[in-house]
Design a protein around this ligand. Sequence first.
Ligand code: NAD
Length: 488
Amino acid sequence: MTEENKKVPITVAYGDGIGPEIMDATLRIIMAAGARIEPEVIEIGEKAYLEGFSSGIRPEAWESLRRTKVFLKAPITTPQGGGYKSLNVTVRKTMGLFANVRPCVSYYPFVKTKHPKMDVVIVRENEEDTYGGIEHWQTREVTQCLKLITRPGTEKIIRYAFEYARAYGRKKVTCFVKDNIMKITDGLFHKIFDEVSQEYPDIEKETWIIDIGAAKLVDTPEMFDVVVMPNLYGDILSDVAAQMTGSVGIAGSANIGESVAMFEAIHGSAPRRAGQNLANPSGLLLAAVQMLVHIGQNDVATTVQNAWLKTIEDGIHTYDIYQEGVSKQKVGTREFADAVIQRLGMQPQQLKPVKFGKASFNIKIKQTEVTPKQLVGVDVFLDDQVELPYDQRDPNKLGESLKLASTAKLQLTMITNRGTKVWPGGYPETFCTDHWRCRFEAKDHQPLNYQDVIDLLQSIHSKGFQVIKTENLYIQNGVEGFSKGQGQ
Ligand code: NAD
């Protein structure tokens, strides 16, 4: 057997609800198209949850995933009630699936949509941002979620977006950020986008502030091709984009890691449609097409997708996309799969046929440069004045007494409340919570070390203030690595 013909083991989960029916249809189609795969079935989802595995996956299933590194997954049902963890999040985090890739394509006029020319791929960063789940109550009034944007994590997703564009013959990569507000975190994402894009002179690039970018995407999706963005924006906009194509029932997605990748439909297990031969298998089938490209069987992927396009174009539709006057035949899951199998080897006439190339992705990221980093101050967060009515909270009182806690090395320079400067020279109109960020900076630019911060904290504590946390202020490579107070 030649290397080309060698069967690739893949892990398959039939899932819950409509899962088994759409998985059966998908596997039948891709096997008939000549997929050189060896499925290894694992059980995940409702049954595993109810057996007491809180993440919906049995320990032995991990073994299969680690071995095959390719996971084709049908949707699962998450039981209602507390204590169950999202299986997707667990797999994504445990296996380091850093990219979520969701092609959102219109199949007009065969599938009804307000955006007939849409053909956008959303590439969402999948591990960072606010999704680290690092949240804390800070005071009795204030909660906090940590937004982490890292240099290696960002470089990986941006490189992936450009490599994807190259591999799939796409012309442009757009970056969505909000760096007019989050100058450091989203600013880093934007900066790395600019740096990495230099290495892809063949691909057009642009950056949009997310609010106007999202508005344009919803209004004129044909302006966009591949769009890359941090996790939270991507979570929201990938659902918006899929819905815009007319049906979430026909979109697939890939979750890609450095070694493991997971492919699935974007819809859920639709329990009310289960077992009735009704469900549309297209979302999972198109995810399987992405999987075939991923494992280098782009020839099979091309055959499957073109046969699927021809089926859609021939008006053979499941109930969810059936339209009187456009559709020719309403079919069930099995009959739809049969129709695709009959069309293997055919090309669509009206919809654009696909031709996938070999996708080899180079996402090797640079080692971080160890640049100079100098401690120049510290933000000390205090819990203060919760006992006072809102209109009697007094930043000046806090400022004047906290000033006395300054040390020989560190002096109080500013207090903010929810990011707005309230001392010195604040405005009485500014609403104050019980959470105060108090900035201490090096007196006369003296060099500092962490012992100076500890001495300051000792002094603040001894004066009876309640410290919640601190953030060190650094100058990194000559640039201030911290934001100013609003109004500073
Ligand atoms: P859903 O996507 O299952 O269903 C929403 C609607 O879309 C329903 O009306 C359904 O009939 C229809 N629909 C969905 N897929 C279809 C298909 N292939 N063909 C025809 N119609 C289809 O969303 P839901 O009802 O909110 O969730 C049901 C269950 O799925 C929940 O337990 C949820 O937690 C789970 N879920 C799982 C995943 C996943 O495994 N990745 C994703 C989303 C939801």
